[in-house]
Design a protein around this ligand. Structure first.
Ligand code: ADP
Ligand code: MG
Length: 325
């Protein structure tokens, strides 16, 4: 029995509608880009800026999509072992990826792209389970320390493949928020399929963000109140392949070469979206002990982890949770 699942629900639910409170009225524009639904909420009278802001997602997609043969990432991969000149934005995103790689002791590793590719998670083809000997031999190509950056040139090791799927959306959200600020917007929300930034305030004070219950996807397991904060979720229930009743997520453990098991979702709150996105993926791989210890060692980040039988919180996560729903 083989089932391929792509549940197109949003991880986070923004508890928001175009309503008037204390004089603030917001409007939402929705787009489909980078393989996900992007919602941009801005004050109603400025709704037209959303069409300008979404351009940054198009730019990031054109530079970093593995589906586009001329993207920087595809060119780096097809010229593995050689220097490739890329955009300054790609270099910036790669540097974040390397930073999260070393913070997580290699749990976050964009050269896991080799593994992602074996299962076809980076293509629009049907996802597959590769034979275990193929996984074993691919695993030896996974090592982010072999990535070299010099100016705007990048070289990965021969046989390696990189994939920025773990942070590209967060990176784009931050660029979009910068753009909003440049356009004079002080309150807004940019949500790329559950990786989002809450700028300023919403219709009635801090933005109210529901955390979707991963076991009951039409319910929420808590409500976050956020202002000038990012919140990102990595889960095993949106993109996965199920084989003989076993669910394999699209997040890989670079040490084993196999998809991570046991963790259901990780939600990270932080000062920017790119780091929160990357850390959510990293903590998902690191698991409850090491993952939550990493978050507790970082002043500016908080996390919640749902495993198959438990929910864990970092020391300050619940400070962002509302008492009432
Ligand atoms: P989502 O894309 O659903 O928001 P994540 O942010 O957790 O989820 O990113 C998952 C993506 O990260 C995978 O689809 C893959 O492209 C990439 N990836 C998988 N495993 C790793 C890993 N160990 N380190 C870095 N990136 C990874
Ligand atoms: Mg991520």
């Amino acid at each position: 029995m083989r089932k391929i699942g792509l549940l197109a629900f949003m991880v986070m639910l923004i508890l928001f509608s175009s309503c008037k409170h204390r004089g603030k009225e917001f409007a939402r524009r929705t787009y489909f880009i980078m393989g996900t639904v992007v919602n941009i909420d801005v004050p109603s009278e400025r709704v037209a800026v959303a069409d300008t802001v979404i351009e940054v997602f198009r730019l990031v997609d054109s530079l970093m999509s593995p589906l586009r043969p001329n993207s920087d990432i595809s060119r780096i991969n097809s010229h593995n072992g050689e220097w490739v000149v890329v955009s300054p934005l790609t270099v910036k995103c790669l540097r974040y990826a390397l930073k999260i790689g070393s913070m997580s002791d290699g749990a976050f590793d964009i050269t896991a792209g080799t593994l992602v590719h074996l299962w076809h998670f980076d293509t629009e083809k049907g996802w597959v389970e590769p034979p275990s000997e193929v996984i074993d031999s691919a695993k030896k190509f996974v090592d982010y320390k072999k990535i070299e950056i010099s100016g705007y040139s990048v070289r990965i090791g021969r046989g390696q493949r990189i994939d920025l799927g773990g942070i590209a959306k967060g990176f784009a959200v931050d660029l979009a928020v910068d753009k909003l600020k440049k356009l004079g917007i002080r309150d807004g929300l940019v949500d790329a399929g559950g990786d989002m930034y809450a700028l300023g305030e919403g219709p009635s004070g801090r933005w109210r963000i529901g955390i979707r219950d991963p076991f009951h996807t039409d319910g929420i397991m808590g409500l976050l109140l956020l202002s000038d904060k990012a919140v990102c979720t990595s889960g095993n229930y949106e993109r996965f392949i199920e084989i003989n009743g076993v669910r394999y997520s699209h997040i890989f453990d670079p040490r084993t070469g196999w998809p991570v098991r046991g963790v259901v979702s990780v939600t990270v709150i932080g000062p920017n979206t790119v780091m929160s996105d990357g850390l959510a993926t990293a903590v998902f791989v690191m698991g409850p002990d090491k993952g939550m210890a990493l978050i507790d060692s970082l002043d500016e980040f908080e996390a919640m982890m749902v495993t198959e039988n438990d929910t864990l919180y970092s020391s300050g996560f619940r400070d962002f949770m509302s008492e009432t729903r």
